[in-house]
Design a protein around this ligand. Structure first.
Ligand code: CP
Ligand code: NVA
Length: 302
């Protein structure tokens, strides 16, 4: 049987993604002492910094009774030029699951195509699907199912924005995107999701009457050299009290974190009552527990 990877949200059937989100919520509420992954090992191969993703995976494995091994690119031979294909063949004979955070999405695909065990996208330049599991779980816990609701993405058309585009289809919500010209998401991805996604000319238009407003940093990891230039270009795209007042009353605010207060989001909004960023962060651990169980133990949800 082919190995089930999680490189984007499109890799799993929508009904399974919903079941993972529900399982995550159940694990959290029941403080479920499931040790379903006893004796299993997760390898974490990270080429970029991380706080939430790394800690969430390590704690998740620990709480499921398994263990994890963290390798930054400084520690592994991958960082010295061993190919993704060779690294995948070797590591997947030793561990039970592999989570990778890297730059090019194609590196992840090359690795996964030679792995005997599930490979998880822990963030690439193109997508960050694990974050979306936590975001959808967080919306569910605060406002009920996200299906049929409307979401505004404000700012860079980056890996998070592109995962929201995928999510709009698999979780069945309407997505409005406001990004500066030249900084939008992949036009082909938008075209393929045109039944769910609308590009808006301004943040004001995008947030009108939405149930959720989401943003992210203006310069992602790997774009540090563009930071200053982007600050000026993205300035009209800050999520602040005035912008949030145009959304539906009680609209939630989300940000995957880390955030730059005073840049993409004002301090008053990230710390406001309808900001759920800390629940989002916590839910990374619960949703990744549910994802690990799903990928490592086939048919767990059936
Ligand atoms: N949101 C997120 O992925 O955070 P880290 O970069 O800290 O893992
Ligand atoms: N877009 C951000 C997300 C960080 C979790 C980045 O790629 O740096």
């Amino acid at each position: 049987m082919a190995v089930q990877h999680f490189l984007t949200l499109k890799d799993l059937p929508p009904k399974d993604l919903l079941a993972i989100v529900q399982r995550a919520s159940n694990l959290k509420q029941a403080d479920d002492p499931s040790t379903s992954l006893a004796g299993r090992t997760l390898a974490l191969l990270f080429d970029k910094s991380s706080t939430r993703t790394r800690v969430a995976f390590e704690v998740a494995m620990n709480r499921l009774g398994g263990s994890s091994i963290f390798l930054s690119n400084k520690d592994s031979q991958l960082g010295r030029g061993e190919t993704p294909e060779d690294s995948a063949k070797v590591l997947s004979r030793m561990v039970d699951c592999i989570a990778i955070r890297t730059f090019e999405h194609s590196m992840l695909e090359r690795f996964a195509s030679h792995s005997r065990v599930p490979v998880i996208n822990a963030l690439t330049d193109s997508f960050h699907p694990c974050q979306l599991l936590a975001d959808v779980q967080t919306f569910l816990e605060h406002r009920g199912p996200i299906a049929g609701r409307s979401v505004a993405w404000i700012g860079d058309g980056n890996n998070m924005c592109q995962s929201y585009i995928n999510a709009s289809e698999v979780f069945d919500f309407e997505l409005r995107i406001a990004a500066p010209e030249g900084y939008g998401p992949d036009p082909e991805l938008v075209r393929r999701h045109s039944h769910r996604v609308e590009l808006c000319d301004s943040p004001d238009l995008a947030v009108r009457d939405v149930d959720l407003v989401v943003t992210d940093v203006w310069a992602s990891m790997g774009q540090e050299a563009e930071q200053q230039e982007r600050l000026a270009i993205f300035k009209p795209y800050q999520v602040n009290a005035e912008l949030m007042s145009r959304a539906r009353a009680g609209a939630l605010f989300m940000h995957c974190l880390p955030a730059h207060r005073g840049e993409e989001v004002s301090a008053e909004i990230i710390d406001a009552e309808d900001s759920v960023v800390w629940d989002e962060a916590e839910n990374r651990m619960h949703s990744q527990r549910a994802l690990l169980e799903y990928l490592c133990i086939s048919n767990l949800l059936n």
